[in-house]
Design a protein around this ligand. Structure first.
Ligand code: GCV
Length: 722
């Protein structure tokens, strides 16, 4: 037991305060960990009544980290030097420690709550001891205690009352992980917020403060893993030269409960191992992976495992040797098994040699392997069957592999949602996916229940997010896109949370607790996902982005050698109409869903209009539910999207008094870019599709001042993220 009462902490706090609040001003660097002074009188009173000193149990690095964070947080939120400087014993304590360390007096007072805690969950409870109210934070593990401390700080930041506080919360997912598509030269594939955070050149000797702040931010939302490198992998990361650098990062992240994972290039035994083959059934290859894995664990004892993209978009894999995904994944799993590591094997596969609908290929390739993977393999599946579009129906693999753990892969970076210049609140998209019913075990078999393992009693569960983090000072390029990192973490912790509640807590922590700001801004965030769908891909249109960089519209692109890389493959515009027939009269992709869903999608009258053109080739004159024809309705949707961005701008402009000047100005400039690009999408798409519909724009839709030719001739050789 240690009572924090010395001046050293006061000094640390003082410098931390200077560092975080002055030198960074408000450039957004502090994310949602702003820890601004509490002004709420009731909370100030409750705080003083409950907390006069801190007492903690345990001395692990994680417990010390929890203490450090508490110090940073409380000194920002309150004028509470007395917590750290006064030696006299106090009656009102903030007590924290794990079950195995906590004093039994406290344990007895929280035992009911603690018995409900699972894995790295925690308890925060106000208790009465000898007539004094105190607050106890405890957990089964030290990382759970750290999560409890972060949650406690969140409660304070969002001005929740401390009176009778009694929170028990546990993660519903085991592996809550970020995927960095970061290359060793620091470029980031589909990265729009600067270069990679990982400075491989100065590692392992130089530990950038950002590595620590990255870990703090992740731990604050329960993220417990990070894949440092791109799935389009470079085998060099597995060499001793780089493993030493990886170790340095792992050492920084460990106290925060974050494990490091790496992408494993399937051909690494050839490229860095000097073997002639990477055949997963070859004895030398098997040995190579076993030795390599042992070497990694020797360097990083808590290494998490491998993420593998195999036989996809040119990446090598077991099929190069006539083997299959099971052979490849199990070979690596066997190497990791003795150390407790896992393989995350991606199901993002489609082949130029397969003429069937791309949307069907992953399901066809993987579902027959259900039950064949080793226990430490988890198959990582994108939320939809194509590729992170503004809206996709859920991937039919969810629910279709009852014997295989499947983890969700979301994109946080906005490859197809406006890069880092469009304000789009993605937790709304994640929530839509999680809430969808797969009907695999009858009504109520939601994707969330597949992913949290409860539908089929899975042994490992996971949610991955392809990050939007780079070395931009505000981390994500756009201040509001921090909310997507935040919201991803919150939903990875509990996929049943509501995106609106997440937006609420994010705004309060990041900007202000003033309802005059929160209510309208929250509404704007929630609406923003539909807005981007409206001005990019209404009614189920998809993959009509310009080629390669995916910046802006390119519905006219139709001459790329791989058919499924062409937007024309997806929209199939012709004189009759628009859309991809995936019903039983078309590619029959609908048959990959449970019968209830297949039936709904096979019939145009029961297909939700948001997915119309995903599943049907629809006449330009088809009557929509609102009475408009498809052509008129679609044109009006594009216009609606533009109008909604205009509304976002007016709203933001009226919010100046609630936001610091730097973030206000930066968001304002970004919104203006978003408006310009929304108009570009509207005009380019409508001019292009008009060639087929041969109809005028309906009233209310603005005419483009550019010609289709002008849009088609635009090139962006240096668009980011390639
Ligand atoms: C990392 C899409 C992206 C690629 C990405 C790929 C994947 O095709 O455009 O940049 O590659 O998905 O998820 O593997």
């Amino acid at each position: 037991m240690v009572l924090i009462s010395n001046r050293i902490f006061g000094l640390i706090l003082f410098f931390t305060f200077i560092f975080t609040n002055i030198s960074f001003a408000n450039n957004g660097y502090d994310l949602w960990l702003q820890y601004k002074k509490v002004e709420n009188k009731q909370l100030l009173k409750e705080y003083t009544e409950n907390i006069q000193a801190i007492q903690f149990f345990g001395n692990s690095e994680t417990i010390k980290t929890a203490l450090k964070e508490l110090n940073i947080g409380l000194s920002g939120l309150f004028d509470n030097q007395n917590l750290f400087e006064n030696d006299s014993p106090k009656n009102h304590l903030l007590v924290f420690g794990s079950e195995s360390q906590l004093d039994t007096t406290y344990l007895n007072l929280i035992k009911t709550e603690l018995s409900k805690v699972k894995k790295d969950g925690f308890v925060i409870k106000q208790i009465q001891l000898n007539g004094n109210s105190q607050i106890v934070i405890s957990a089964k593990t030290d990382v759970g205690v750290l999560y409890g401390v972060f949650r406690f700080l969140r409660e304070l930041q969002i001005n929740n009352s401390l009176k009778d506080i009694n929170i028990v919360d546990s993660p519903k997912i085991d592996v809550r992980i970020l995927n960095h598509w970061d290359n060793l030269d620091r470029t980031v594939e589909r990265g729009y917020a600067g270069f990679s955070l990982w400075n491989w050149h100065t590692l392992p000797d130089y530990i950038d403060q950002r590595y620590i702040d990255y870990a703090r931010a992740n731990a604050s939302i329960g993220i417990n893993g990070t894949v440092l490198t791109n799935v389009n992998a470079n085998a060099l990361i597995l060499t001793p030269q780089y493993l030493e650098k990886v170790k340095a990062l792992a050492d920084v992240f460990r106290p925060y409960g974050i494990k490091v994972y790496l992408t494993a290039r399937f051909s690494a035994p050839i490229e860095i191992g000097g073997l002639k083959t990477a055949d997963p059934l070859d004895a030398d290859v098997i040995k190579w992976w076993k030795d390599k894995t042992a070497e990694i664990y020797n360097t990083i004892p808590d290494f998490g495992g491998f993420l593998v993209k195999a036989n996809s978009e040119g990446q090598p894999g077991p099929q190069n040797y006539g083997r299959n995904h099971v052979d490849g994944a199990n070979m690596m799993a066997e190497a990791l098994e003795p150390f407790g590591g896992i393989v995350m094997w991606r199901a993002f596969v489609y082949s130029e040699h397969d003429a069937t609908d791309r949307a069907k290929q992953a399901y066809s390739e993987f579902v027959p392997y259900d039950g064949k993977f080793k226990d430490n393999v988890i198959v990582q599946v994108k939320n939809g069957a194509i590729d992170f579009q503004p809206r996709e129906p859920f991937h039919p693999m969810f629910g279709a592999m009852p014997k295989t753990p499947l983890m969700m892969e979301f994109q946080i970076t906005q490859e197809y949602l406006g890069f880092s210049t469009h304000l789009v609140y993605l937790p709304k998209l994640y929530e839509e996916v999680f809430e969808t019913d797969t009907y695999r075990e009858g009504k109520g078999s939601t994707v969330a229940k597949v992913v949290d393992g409860s539908l089929h009693n899975k042994k490992i569960t996971g949610v991955a997010g392809v990050t939007n983090i780079g070395n931009d000072i505000n981390w994500t390029g756009h201040h509001f896109l921090q909310a997507n990192w935040y919201g991803f973490g919150r939903l990875a912790w509990n996929p049943h949370l509501k995106s609106e509640d997440i937006a609420d807590e994010w705004i309060r922590q990041t900007f202000t607790n003033d309802e005059n700001f929160i209510i309208p801004i929250k509404k704007m965030m929630i609406q923003s996902r539909e807005t981007v769908v409206n001005y990019m891909n209404p009614y189920g249109l998809h993959h009509i982005f310009d080629t390669g960089h995916h910046y802006g519209p390119g519905p006219w692109v139709g001459s790329l050698p791989r058919p499924e890389w062409n937007p024309t493959y997806y929209h199939k515009a012709d004189g009759f109409g628009l859309g991809f027939n995936r019903t039983k009269t078309g590619s029959n992709a609908t048959a990959q869903y449970a019968p209830e869903i297949a039936k709904m999608y096979n019939d145009i009258s029961t297909t939700p209009e948001k997915d119309l053109l995903w599943f049907h080739h629809v006449s330009w004159n088809h009557k929509l539910k609102n009475g408009y024809t498809l052509w008129d309705g679609m044109a009006l949707k594009y216009q609606e999207g533009v109008n909604e961005v205009e509304d976002m701008i007016s709203l933001w402009n009226s919010m100046e008094q609630y936001v610091d000047s730097q973030r206000f100005k930066e968001v304002k400039m970004m919104l203006n870019i978003q408006l310009k690009e929304a108009k570009w999408w509207r005009d380019a798409c409508l001019l292009y599709f008009q060639q087929f519909s041969k109809q005028d724009l309906p009233n209310g839709v603005e005419k483009s001042s550019n010609s289709l030719k002008e849009f088609q001739s635009m090139t962006f050789p240096f668009a980011p993220g390639r």
